[in-house]
Design a protein around this ligand. Structure first.
Ligand SMILES: N[C@@H](CCC(=O)N[C@@H](CS)C(=O)NCC(=O)O)C(=O)O
Length: 216
């Protein structure tokens, strides 16, 4: 199978999810780094991805965007079984429910980390919204090993990856998901199962440092 192409930014947490899921299901990715706000706004690119965001995946002419949708696709098409994203709709809906939560969680985190990339400051009231999401996440994990059902699923990969974005939040915001014992224990269980997440955390930290240096 020829490799799929991922249009990527090392600073992008959604790109990390696609790289993680591809690795877990055994799909080779050719990674092409782009600067989305510059490269993806040409008329040609906007036909491929009207949202001008990374990640974008080209699977031999099939153009995909939205990290969670790409992940569902990679698992449905290439995984050896359906454990990460079950075919049984009664199980799948639990994963979907968490993935929609995850999309919202990432959006809330973005309101804290995004302004600094453009030399602006975050609005403190947005930190409260992130903390509200952490409280919800903690309740979801009460007496649970994993986020959706008995086994690790795409929901765990997606939320654990979104939490990598905490690395991008300014220290002054005081964003700390590890204050919640349920989140801390689940994340440590996740890291035991998937230690590569630590490399992605480091990669995002380094990409952020480079970006902030380049703005000086
Ligand atoms: N919901 C999207 C979010 C993607 C996203 O926000 N990508 C950012 C980088 S993390 C981007 O490409 N921004 C450039 C832009 O919006 O022009 C996903 O999960 O793929």
């Amino acid at each position: 199978m020829p490799p799929l192409t991922l249009y990527n930014s090392n600073l992008s947490v959604p790109c990390r999810l696609v790289r993680i899921v591809a690795g877990v299901v055994g799909v080779d990715l050719k990674i092409v780094n782009v600067v989305p706000r510059v490269d993806l706004r040409t008329p040609e690119w906007l036909k491929k991805n009207p949202q001008h965001t990374v990640p974008v995946v080209d699977d031999n002419g099939l153009w995909l965007n939205e990290s969670r949708a790409i992940s569902m696709y990679l698992i449905s098409k290439y995984a050896k079984d359906d454990s990460l994203y079950p075919k049984d709709v009664n199980k799948r809906v639990l994963v979907d429910q968490r993935l929609f939560f995850d999309q919202d969680l990432f959006g809330r985190l973005a309101k804290i980390f995004h302004p600094q990339l453009f030399g602006k400051s975050f609005d403190p009231s947005d930190v409260e919204k992130v903390n509200d999401s952490f409280e919800s996440l903690s309740r979801m994990l009460e007496d649970k090993q994993w986020l959706a059902g008995e086994n690790i699923t795409l929901a765990d990969y997606a939320v654990a990856t979104s939490l990598v974005a905490v690395e991008k939040t300014p220290k002054a915001a005081g964003v700390d998901h590890l204050k919640h014992a349920n989140i801390k224990q689940w994340l440590s269980r996740f890291e035991d199962r998937y230690p590569q997440i630590l490399e992605h955390r480091k990669g995002v930290r380094e990409a952020l440092e480079q970006r902030l240096q380049s703005m000086k």
